[in-house]
Design a binder for this molecule. Structure first.
Ligand code: SAH
Length: 242
């Protein structure tokens, strides 16, 4: 019995790995959030869709597990990488007591990498990812991680910077980073990476504080060496002679 957990990358087919495409071809059923299934529509034509809402992750994984137990080849798809704020961990937990199911996790390009490429090369050196969603992580823990990342002078990719209900998380996160980082720290925003309407903006930490973003955006905060090179966000690796 086979259950794939597939990271489909940021957008459509073009940014998926060949391994992901081949695994999808083998599947009878595909489970995922509706938007993601729409993005890979061409690849899943004729396959059974298990479509659940955004907050129904546990239902989606149990439905996928039960279909696999019936002998079907099933894929659970996540955007980006399935192991980065995705479904891979949950799926492995849901299948903990079903050793007959072989779960194969297939990696995908996470937003820190795909968005980084849009901006230039902000994540050249050590970086951290922090999700600003406090649905599953208490806000105090998020604050602690932000302070740790700032103290270590990491470049930071902020995932889930806002949602319909939470509009002030980015401002609160910036205020924490501004406790130690200068307001002129180079930052970037990328929206709809790899999808229709892809757009990016370069800004500073001071201005980011007052910027409105949505959940389709990934925010990049540079480290103390990050600079703008011909309109792109670059964290130099440190090579001499340039
Ligand atoms: N598993 C995904 C992350 C899911 S969390 C990954 O590895 O990329 C959801 C957050 O990811 C969004 O709020 C946003 O911050 C970021 N994200 C995912 N896909 C994106 C895209 N195509 N464009 C911009 N941000 C994206």
């Amino acid at each position: 019995m086979k259950l794939y957990c597939i990271g489909i990358g940021p957008g459509g087919e073009e940014q998926m790995t060949l391994r992901a495409v081949r695994a999808l071809e083998k599947c009878d059923c595909v489970a995922g959030y509706g938007l993601y299934l729409d993005l890979i529509e061409n690849l899943i034509e004729g396959k059974e869709r298990v479509q659940t809402g955004m907050t129904k992750e546990v239902d989606r994984c149990t439905a996928a597990r039960d279909l696999a137990k019936q002998g079907k080849t099933v894929a659970v798809v996540s955007s980006g990488d399935a192991g980065v704020y995705g479904m891979a961990g949950l799926l492995l937990e849901v299948c903990e007591n079903d050793p007959e199911i072989e779960v194969e996790v297939i990696p995908g390009i996470t937003a820190a990498c795909s968005g980084g490429a849009v901006l230039g090369s902000p994540m050249t050196c050590d970086f951290a990812c922090v999700s600003l969603s406090d649905l599953l992580t208490p806000w105090e823990v998020i604050e602690q991680r932000l302070r740790g990342a700032a103290q270590g002078d990491f470049c930071i990719a902020l995932y889930n910077p806002a949602s319909k209900k939470r509009t002030d998380h980015l401002r609160r996160a910036c205020d924490i980073l501004l406790e130690t980082q200068p307001p002129e720290t180079v930052c970037g925003l990328v929206r709809n990476i790899g999808r229709e309407g892809e757009e990016y903006t370069l800004t500073t930490l001071g201005a980011l504080r007052d910027t409105t973003v949505d959940m389709l955006t990934t925010v990049f905060v540079g480290n103390s060496r990050t600079r703008v090179v011909n309109g792109r966000m670059v964290t130099p690796r440190g090579y001499r002679g340039v």
